[in-house]
Design a protein around this ligand. Structure first.
Ligand SMILES: [Zn+2]
Length: 320
């Protein structure tokens, strides 16, 4: 019989074929209440890759939290081979307050790899990198658009990384977007550690979107199947989706007038130069400006705000 490797996370032995719920115990609130971050580890009977699923680095991006919750409640996170580690809510403070940042206003995703003696966000980043990341081979980091910006489902990866492109293609989001890694972000630092990291973006903050959730859930099944962790052939063939469109360049197209804003198209739509995508008007029915697309492309993100200022981002336009 092949001897299985032992696996110890946060001083706890993870046994093959078992589910273990750990707590990443990092800080206390001002009333001394402990802040614990549940880490749900599900190990298969056989050895294999370790896949880390993480959401809520930004506390108000709840659609990512919902995707991981769905995976756990449907027991999709149970591999036959290897291990799936789920952290549905990393920035617990932001999640409790329904804000993107930490209570001190810091964006956790700009503090990796963190430090034991730094700010609260920095301490969180430090424990994440030192206690959890060493165990992972692959990682999917779930996000949504900020504020009212709604993103079509997309995987963001760095250029010139064929293995990540392959993982993104396996996941099958609506779009694959080449996006540079941000300084001191989780993705940048984990990639430097040699981990294979892809970032999922979909929906907007403080919002659930069924189609986005299903894309995320399906993507994880496809990824686990591809990595040989579990056979999801039936689920995959029952959910045939079109191949993702690879976006080489993208930019936000901004409002030339302030006013009430309405969209005429759906996210993900293919658009041509000069096409009317929406209108901006004053509240009194006398002024109306039609918003025309500046060049051909795809709408990979859109502003859902009903009222915009001049210069506000309206459409995230991607070109192939
Ligand atoms: Zn985010």
């Amino acid at each position: 019989m092949v001897k299985r490797k032992s696996m110890v996370i946060l001083d706890t032995e993870i046994r093959p074929g078992r589910k273990t719920i750990l707590n990443l115990d990092i800080a206390r609130l001002h009333n001394r209440t402990k802040v614990e971050i549940p880490v749900i580890v599900q190990r298969g009977r056989e050895d294999g890759p370790v896949l880390l699923l993480i959401a809520g680095i930004h506390g108000n991006e709840v659609n990512g939290v919902e995707i991981i919750r769905e995976l756990i409640s449907r027991k999709i996170n149970r591999p036959d081979k290897g291990t799936v580690i789920c952290i549905p809510v990393l920035n617990v403070f932001g999640f409790l307050n329904q804000t993107r940042d930490f209570p001190d206003g810091k964006d956790l995703n700009r503090f990796f790899p963190g430090s034991k003696t730094g700010s609260l966000a920095s301490i969180f980043a430090y424990y994440m990198m030192n206690e959890i990341m060493p165990h992972a081979d692959y990682c999917i980091d779930f996000h949504t658009g900020g504020a009212d910006r709604f993103n079509s489902s997309q995987i963001r990866i760095s250029r010139d990384h064929p293995e990540l492109l392959e993982l993104a293609q396996v996941f099958k989001p609506r779009f694959i977007v080449y996006a540079p890694e941000r300084e001191k972000s989780f993705r940048q630092v984990a990639t430097k550690m040699g981990k294979k990291v892809i970032l999922f973006e979909g929906g907007k903050s403080l919002d659930f979107h069924k189609r986005i959730t299903m894309r995320g859930v399906n993507g994880v099944m496809r990824t686990m199947h591809h990595l040989g962790m579990r056979d999801f052939s039936d689920e995959i063939s029952a959910n045939e989706i079109t191949e993702p469109i690879v976006i080489n360049q993208s930019s936000w197209f901004r409002a030339r007038h302030g006013g009430l804003f309405r969209f005429f198209l759906k996210d993900g739509a293919k658009v041509e130069k000069g096409e009317i995508v929406g209108s901006i008007s004053d509240p009194y029915g006398s002024f109306e400006h039609l918003v025309k697309i500046p060049h051909d492309g795809y709408i990979i993100g859109m502003n859902h705000a009903p009222i915009v200022y001049q210069g506000d981002a309206l459409v995230h336009l991607g070109t192939v």
